[in-house]
Design a protein around this ligand. Sequence first.
Ligand SMILES: [Ca+2]
Ligand SMILES: [Ca+2]
Length: 457
Amino acid sequence: MISRRRFMQATAAGLAASGLYRKVLAAAAPRPNIILIVADDLGIGELGCYGQKRIRTPNIDRMAAEGLRFTQAYCGTSVCAPSRCALLTGLHMGHAPIRANREVQPEGQKPLPPGMLTVAGLLKQAGYATACIGKWGLGMFDTTGSPLNNGFDHFFGYNCQRHAHSYFPKYLYRDERRFDLDGRTYAQDLIASETLDWVKANRDRPFFLFYAITLPHGKYEIPSTEPYSRENWPEIEKIYAAMITRLDSDVGRLMQQVKDLGLDERTLVLFTSDNGPAENNGGHTTEFFDSNGPYRGTKRTLYEGGLRVPMIARWPQRVPAGRTSDAVWAFWDILPTCAELAGVPVPQAANIDGVSVVPALLGGPGPQREYLYWELHEGRTQQAVRFGDYKAVKDSPSAAVEIYDLERDVTESHDIASERPDLVKRAVALMSAARIDSPDWPMRERRPATRPATRKA
Ligand SMILES: [Ca+2]
Ligand SMILES: [Ca+2]
């Protein structure tokens, strides 16, 4: 068993460089506001700044031009709830309490267990105002998984992922209180307004906003297909593109609000997506807009198309403008990164997997570590590990390990496992060292092909 501590040790050179960037940060007091915008099922190929040609995303593209665009950032895993669990807790899928979407009736998902450290809880302790606006998916309000039991002062939107499939819902929640809607109101209208109001109300104190925007996931619904109404595309693709452009314009409104309130230079904004693009459904195809860009796979796979997500950071005067970074990092690094920005230590007892990427945000190197690990329990258990530029994928516990060299083969087209038994051996050892067994998430083989796969949330 390889010690986790050793994985986190930086090289001497890396430490020296990180120290330099940390001095820059220390000079940058006071503590920044943090806005974390997480789109739902937005593919890395769906933004102009990542190569999209037809869907318009001018506001997010401007954010990238004014900030730092990461090319090798990863989500927690390739479906909603566990990916957000990694983001909030600093734990990767080998240790996270939530490792799949698991529905609870009549509403909600399997709750976070009691006593979890979350990024919101840590920042709240440090004096930040905290809100989650959009979608939750980690436990109803009467459970230990309620956002209000996990560090958020304020919640607005959908608690349940299934409920969030509808953009014209019959109700939403403000904190734990349900309020009724007429079923004709586009929920994103209310959610977008709530973000603007909340930022304004909290302008005078440091704040942390987790803006879990639901577009473009769920049912494909939008009041108008402008600016694509006259395109010669299938109607479903006009709707899909319009949802992404709507996501973009609401990000733009929020950025404008931050600017208008004079908060630009003390607010770090991170924009990302919780997993790769959803598979083909309802007539929509990932091929139409090349939603996964050059990568293989989609949501529910552990290939790069499922895991590699857009990640843009903007913080004028601190984060360099108009640059890209190939620093390799992942959602479980968000908690320690925000903790460092807020000047609050991460309790050792939480035993998190993430490391702070503050040096990378400020234009320096990414963290040095031995590996990144993912697993996913959708029917069978899939596993993946990235070590250096090598990536190993295992489709089920009994499946052969596939090995790809991402530096030469970013499309994961050429499995080199048969040529490199040494890498197979290493990947197997890392996959084993990276995880602890959980009775909630047993390792499962593929079910017989006669049973249709679950396609939910
Ligand atoms: Ca998602
Ligand atoms: Ca593609």
